[in-house]
Design a protein around this ligand. Structure first.
Ligand SMILES: *Cc1c(COP(=O)(O)O)cnc(C)c1O
Length: 233
């Protein structure tokens, strides 16, 4: 029998990073079973911003294969001290940093404007590489980051003309500490994903990954629940 009502703390109860990674992995698989999806169908991305590189290494040793950064400089410093992983960029893309971002990262999850996407396309083309990108959608209509759900299809279609980009899906962020608002945001994200197409629906963070998995997430981005609370000093 599967318990489908485990508390949100179930995944963060471990003491070490390795324990938290394996508990999170198991808790996500259990949630997947509850909604009739195959185990392992959600990729865990470790969000390394403001985290000690040792913690990230411990998670990689425990099986983490995807690591994300919000800042280019921090990513540069972090990745050179780590074993090879798939590198995700989840921060603001400034056009003048496009070349550096396309050089360091494998996936850019935060493309929300045509201009930014085209800068990345030119950079990837000059580097002779194919860059995976996700369209960041403002599914919560918070008007901070992301294109509107209505704009997402058009943006994806325009960027799919660029041979150096692979538009793999969408990314969205829900309002914090509000499970009902998160569920609503993720429903909008899932609907938008169905229209945009691709393999990746990147929704769910430490506080709302359960709601995200229920809504169809294929990728969760986890910081605090994996590495511990961030040190912002
Ligand atoms: C910081 C961050 C996360 C991870 O947040 P946690 O609450 O620590 O899991 C995920 N996605 C984005 C875009 C972020 O900036």
């Amino acid at each position: 029998m599967v318990l489908c009502s485990a508390g949100p703390q179930a995944a963060s109860g471990g003491v070490t990073v390795a324990e938290r990674f394996s508990l999170l992995h198991a808790a996500i698989d259990q949630e997947l079973e509850c909604v009739g999806r195959p185990p392992g169908s959600v990729t865990i991305v470790g969000v390394a911003k403001f985290q000690p590189v040792e913690s990230v290494r411990e998670a990689i040793d425990a099986g983490l294969r995807d690591v994300a950064h919000n800042y280019l400089q921090e990513g540069r410093r972090g990745f050179e001290r780590l074993p090879p992983v798939r590198k995700h960029f989840i921060g603001r893309v400034q056009s003048n940093k496009a070349r550096a971002i396309a050089t360091l990262f494998d996936v850019v999850q935060s493309v929300d404007r045509l201009e930014t996407g085209l800068s990345l396309a030119r950079a990837a083309s000059a580097l002779d590489r194919e860059l995976s990108v996700l369209i960041q959608v403002d599914a919560a209509r918070a008007r901070r980051h992301g294109c509107s759900p209505e704009e997402a299809c058009d943006l994806a279609a325009r960027l799919r003309n660029e041979t150096s980009l692979r538009v793999d899906g969408i990314m969205a962020i829900a309002p914090p500490r509000d499970p009902a608002a998160a569920a609503k945001t993720f429903a909008t994200a899932a609907k938008t994903f169905a229209l945009v197409g691709g393999s990746t629906l990147s929704i769910g963070m430490s506080g709302d990954w359960r709601e995200a998995v229920r809504a169809g997430s294929t990728m969760v981005r986890i910081g605090a629940a994996l590495f511990g609370e961030r040190d912002r000093r």
